[in-house]
Design a protein around this ligand. Structure first.
Ligand code: HEM
Length: 177
């Protein structure tokens, strides 16, 4: 699938250095202050470029028009949930146990309840980076900032794959078809 070029497949959390943590926490602040706009912009780009991802959302799976999607309560709700969870990750980058709990909860609910194919986490991670660089050019232009964020997105994807494997995604996905 296209759109997944910038996120590494297999990054363990230890690859995030202290410098990365500082960079991620500093650059996240203005994004989180604009969480609703930023989150909605990310999801509109995601569903616009990868319409098959809409199938998991009962209220806008059949919508084509981005303006109509923008008005969807379910889309806005998921945008805020994504931003709130990212905020918890960013706040707990130095607390491996907390991070693990966040990844576990997220992986379990998306695999078991929502039955989301994990490839969409990789695609969404790439879209998050893309939109943040565009929407916050001042803070996200430096290569060091993009490098730190792309590590975090890589870790997110890696962790999702780990939890998905633990909960038996291979058999769940066949029952989700
Ligand atoms: C950074 C990535 C993501 C984060 C942080 C995130 C976070 C969340 C959270 C916190 C919830 C509500 C609690 C729960 O059910 O776990 C949720 C619900 C949901 N997520 Fe995600 N999510 C992400 C990616 C995705 C992707 C890629 C998809 C599918 C393409 C997806 C589909 C859903 C669906 C269908 C629900 C239920 C929606 C509803 O009930 O209205 N999520 N997500």
């Amino acid at each position: 699938m296209e759109g997944d070029g910038r996120v590494e497949l297999t990054l363990s959390p230890e690859t995030i250095t202290e410098d990365d943590v500082c960079v991620i926490q500093d650059t996240w602040r203005p994004v989180y202050e604009n969480r609703e706009n930023a989150g909605v912009a990310v999801l509109i780009r995601f569903f616009g470029n990868f319409p098959s991802a809409k199938k998991y959302f009962s209220q806008f799976r059949d919508m084509q028009d981005p303006e109509e999607m923008r008005q969807s309560v379910q889309l806005k709700k998921h945008a805020l949930r994504v931003m709130t969870t990212l905020n918890s990750m960013v706040e707990n980058l130095r607390d491996a146990d907390k991070l693990n709990t966040i990844f576990k909860q997220m992986g379990k609910s998306h695999a078991l309840r929502h039955k989301v194919d994990p490839v969409y986490f990789k695609i969404l991670a790439g879209v998050i980076l893309e939109v943040l660089v565009e929407a916050f050019p001042q803070s996200f232009s430096p290569a060091s900032v993009q490098g730190a964020w792309s590590k975090l997105m890589g870790v997110l994807y890696w962790q999702m794959n780990k939890v998905y494997a633990e909960v038996g995604w291979e058999s769940i996905k066949n029952s989700a078809k």
